[in-house]
Design a protein around this ligand. Structure first.
Ligand code: HDE
Length: 724
């Protein structure tokens, strides 16, 4: 459970959506409102719709410099997309440190009350730039802090562990997960044959794979997910003392996900579901907020755990080391331009400031190389730090020079150091002046290409994760594995995966096996530790199956997570189904109750335009039944009014709307007259709709609002499919 410090939490009013970084960006903003058209050279252009020709019907002239400029620029508009995390969305905001962070770190941005501009980019990992937001995938969670001491990048994910322990395996992992190279299938999903072939031969992935098969990999939105920096890092305090740390972002609105069937449909109905949600909520002033938490481990306690702190496939259970909250992040402004900001932003785990330092986690060490290297391909020049969104607000002075698209005009003749003719400027900064000094960790070792034996236990934490899930979460993991492995063509891969799962928990393997129509193979005599060097002693690295009743950790579950203890309807979206003749009073009462709790209602009707209520009032319709779907909402309510309900009964889409919301376990409500629609929608997996939990008919707005705060009513799914 997170410990809350005495802090100025929420006490400071939200600053206006401007800050030092946003002000600095002003010099690059361009607004054409009321301006004349010019070429890129500033020439006023009289006609950019007709090319220059030899006669009206004649050939175009090579002389046409305006045509050439416009087309040439267009031809070069694209840059390579990110090799991973290509699809993303970002927003500006600020980070505010509470009064307790400075005890662990001397970083200027962690001193009490300091506010720092930030730019945060969320992403999926495997899909291309144009893929769907709702792919089952890890979400990137990258935060650029524009601190007074330079850029600090927090380049994390929404899952606290990773698939592999050593960076050298990353190209293999990504080649396996991206679409298969011969036909580029499947898009926006983890590849089936190749991914599971890799995973089944790579036991260290088992913990992370359970996270990706859980509902964490299909978030309801980006505002309601956690963020983690995965590796163990170091915090360095003002006395130079180093402590180990794991970072967490804790979403203020709790953790919420959708169900897989919804995810599949949302991908068709609104592939921009997450980016739209983030954009609209920021525009509406519902600024997303996270608290930054740290799990701090003293150096002398490094070896007191039964896993290695340097192993990125492990969490530190929050029961062992509680999370201390040290600050908060608020996103309060959308970017002006997707390409200039969200696409060109360049993150790097090696962008750190005094007070933060690296550990020897071999995954992190490899990342420290990769991120600059990848920007050279993507952004094309070592001057990518000069792109406005990447620019530090702390001044930059060094002897680096030139290169493609250099913006800075370095004056004078000195571009080397030491120099005596220029007083050694720019001069090296002493530590007391903020000069960065690496933590002086003692390292004495043989040079080896090897994996530490302390990294070998691949199953205990996978099992801890499994044991910590509520029954409905287990059901979702089983269904996800049946779906994903069901798409694998090679039976040998399916079987090997079942074997791996059986080493996590027999129950998990046997329930997945049932869906695949296979028996769980025996582990006897199988050597499992793949991915070692050719001459490695595999037997010595044999990972042991987890045994015994591992304890549970509530923070690994969504259902049992302490962040979800508080129920709220804030920012939830409700569809009110209505047609001509609807009862205005029932709509108004519900809208009022929802708005009081920070939720919004949208009127959904058979047609667009306006509907006429039973009292003759005209109400503006937000969506027609054809342009939206229940999967895009958190709850559904049927408005009163006999004539309206009769009209909805004639619409297959209206019945489907209610039926589907019920099957997805969402709150369903109706004014008394709406009962007829609920009865008619009670078919298939929703046949008990009138007696189901979280269904309110004629109970007034309050009961529906209460149900909406609860969220989902999983008893319906467990009852409809009892033997998963
Ligand atoms: Fe990344 N990763 N990564 N990664 N990563 C990139 O850098 C890489 C890893 C993460 O919104 C790339 O600029 C290696 C873990 C995020 O722009 C690239 C390894 C975590 C983003 C790269 C990892 C991450 C990236 C591609 C294994 C969570 C998107 C484009 C050692 C802690 C940032 C780019 C954004 C992006 C390499 C593993 C998070 C190729 C080699 C673990 C959020 O440099």
């Amino acid at each position: 459970m997170a410990k809350s410090p005495k802090s100025n939490q929420n006490s400071a009013p939200a600053p206006p959506a401007t800050n030092a970084k946003l002000d600095e960006l002003n010099q690059n903003r361009e607004d054409s409102t009321g301006q004349l058209l010019t070429s890129n050279q500033g020439l006023r252009v009289n006609d950019d719709q007709n090319s220059l020709k030899a006669g009206e019907r004649g050939p175009t002239l090579l002389e046409d410099f305006l045509l050439r400029e416009k087309i040439t620029h267009f031809d070069h508009e694209r840059i390579p997309e990110r090799v991973v995390h290509a699809r993303g969305v970002a927003a500006h905001g600020y980070f505010e440190a509470y009064d307790n962070a400075s005890q662990y770190s001397k970083a200027a941005f962690l001193q009490p009350g300091v506010q720092t501009p930030i730019f945060t980019r969320f992403s999926t990992v495997a899909g291309f730039r144009g893929s769907t937001d709702m792919a089952r995938d890890v979400r990137g969670f990258a935060v650029k802090f524009y601190t007074q001491e330079g850029i600090y990048d927090f380049v994390g994910n929404n899952i606290p562990v990773f698939f592999i322990q050593d960076a050298i395996k990353f190209p293999d992992l990504i080649h396996a997960v991206k679409p298969e190279p011969h036909n580029e299938i499947p898009q926006a999903a983890s590849a089936h044959n190749t991914f599971w072939d890799f995973i089944s031969a790579n036991p260290e992935s088992m913990h992370m794979v359970l996270w990706t098969m859980s509902d964490r990999a299909i978030p309801r939105n980006l505002r309601m997910m956690e963020g983690f920096n995965v590796h163990t890092w170091r915090l360095i305090d003002a006395q130079g003392k180093s402590r180990f740390v794991k970072f967490h972002w804790k979403p203020k609105l709790g953790i919420k996900s959708v169900v897989w069937d919804e995810a599949l449909q949302i991908s068709g109905k609104d592939p921009d579901f997450h980016r739209r949600d983030l954009w609209e909520n920021i525009e509406a002033g519902n600024f997303p907020e996270w608290e930054l938490g740290v799990q701090v481990v003293e150096e002398e306690d490094e070896f007191k755990f039964d896993f290695d702190l340097l192993d990125a496939t492990k969490v530190i259970p929050e029961e062992l080391v509680p999370v201390t909250i040290i600050g908060r992040m608020v996103l309060n402004r959308n970017p002006d331009n997707y390409f200039a900001e969200t696409e060109q932003v360049a993150f790097h785990p090696g962008h750190i400031v005094p007070g933060i330092d690296f550990t020897n986690d071999p995954l992190l060490q490899g990342r420290l190389f990769s991120y600059t290297d990848t920007q050279l391909t993507r952004l094309g020049s070592p001057n990518f730090h000069e792109i406005p969104i990447n620019r530090s607000i702390a001044p930059i002075h060094n002897n680096q020079r030139d290169g493609h698209m250099r913006q800075q005009i370095n004056v004078g003749k000195f571009s080397y150091g030491p120099n005596l003719l220029h007083d050694n400027a720019p001069r090296q900064a002493k530590q007391a002046e903020g000069g960065f000094v690496s933590h002086n960790e003692r390292v004495e070792a043989h040079k080896v290409r090897a994996r530490s034996k302390s990294f070998v236990d691949h199953y205990s934490q996978a099992r801890l994760f499994w044991n910590s899930q509520a029954e409905i979460e287990k059901v979702h993991i089983i269904k996800a594995l049946r779906f994903e492995l069901g798409k694998v063509e090679a039976e040998s891969v399916r079987k090997r995966m079942l074997l791996q799962l059986s080493l996590v928990a027999d129950e998990l393997a046997s329930r997945v096996a049932k869906g695949l129509g296979l028996e769980v193979p025996s582990a006897e005599g199988v050597q499992l530790n793949y991915g070692l060097g050719a001459d490695a002693d595999v037997a010595a690295h044999q990972s042991k199956p987890a045994t015994g009743n591992e304890p549970k950790s509530a923070a690994l579950s969504i259902e049992n997570h302490p962040l979800n203890a508080k129920k709220s309807i804030a920012t939830k979206q409700v569809a009110i189904l209505a047609a001509d003749g609807a009862d205005a009073a029932s709509i108004a009462a519900l809208k009022k109750a929802l708005e009081a709790g920070g939720a919004t209602a949208k009127l959904v009707a058979p047609h667009l335009g306006h509907l006429r209520t039973s009292g003759g009032e005209a109400l503006r319709i937000d969506f027609s039944l054809q342009t939206t779907a229940s999967v895009l909402f958190d709850g559904v309510y049927v408005a009163g009014g006999e004539q309206s309900v009769q009209a909805l009964l004639q619409q297959h889409d209206a019945l489907h709307f209610v039926n589907e919301a019920y099957r997805h376990c969402k709150p369903v409500g109706a004014a008394p007259a709406g009962k007829a629609l609920l009865s008619a929608a009670a078919y298939g997996g929703a046949k008990d709709i009138l007696s189901g939990d979280g269904v309110s008919v004629g109970d007034g707005a309050d009961k529906f609002v209460q149900d909406l705060a609860t969220g989902r009513f999983w008893s319906r799914e467990l009852k409809a499919e009892p033997k998963v």
